[in-house]
Design a binder for this molecule. Sequence first.
Ligand SMILES: O=C(O)C(=O)C[C@H](O)C(=O)CO
Ligand SMILES: [Zn+2]
Length: 278
Amino acid sequence: MNIDLRYAPHPDDAKGYDTAALRRHFLMEKLFQPNEIHLTYSTVDRVVVGGVLPTTDSVALTAPKEIGSPTFLARREMGVFNVGAPGRVVVDGTTYEMGKRDALYIGKESVDVRFESVDPTDPAKFYLMSTPAHARFETRLIRQDQAKTMAVGDGATSNKRVIYQYILPGVCETSQLVMGLTQLEPGSMWNTMPAHSHGRRCEVYFYFDLAENARIFHLMGEPTETRHIVVKSDELVISPSWSIHSGVGTSNYAFIWGMGGDNVDYTDMDWIPMETLR
Ligand SMILES: O=C(O)C(=O)C[C@H](O)C(=O)CO
Ligand SMILES: [Zn+2]
């Protein structure tokens, strides 16, 4: 396992960051390395995010020193999305077969977690996000057709999209983790505009299913101090609670959003009036 540590930046500092510093503090690249778990541990709400690309091996989740417990999930919960070819996750001997865009919630105190591909020449790609957990909730597989869906946006504003809510109350109970996937329709490029933040929670956007040369201009920062990070497929941006999280692509795309913090209420958002944005 490979894990890098990121500290939570203060917004007064972040407004002085140049492009390289913004990328160093908020962007994660190269999530998928063959037969390796590649993670970032952030002190922003103590989220851990990253990826696994199992090819020939069954890749086990181990607990690096940063986790501070004998097993990774001793005091944590985890959401896993497969964004690649068919694969399986084995949790304490139970096998969960996962097609593309299926999600698995893994409850606190799960001990032995392994990631595998069905075909090593066409591997699964597992995107992971973990948050601290105060209670154990049941491990469960949520297929895309079991997620709650919300069709939002408009062709006229180039933001027609479907929000799939997989890991949140009513679908899958958790301590604090909330996760889902948003798919932009062809011809729609804007996500999450009008923008919002939520002082109670951070949010991570993992973008995927973009063509090689397509890019997202991910917007972040305080509403009156917006900045952008240019992101390609299979990269993610961590937004602290003080930051907006929005983006515009050079084509349509999909992204997985995930939150950790003080509540699990998806609707708890601080909407930013357009005249406030700078
Ligand atoms: O497309 C969107 O809009 C989103 O997906 C918004 C996220 O779900 C979000 O920011 C939840 O707080
Ligand atoms: Zn949000």
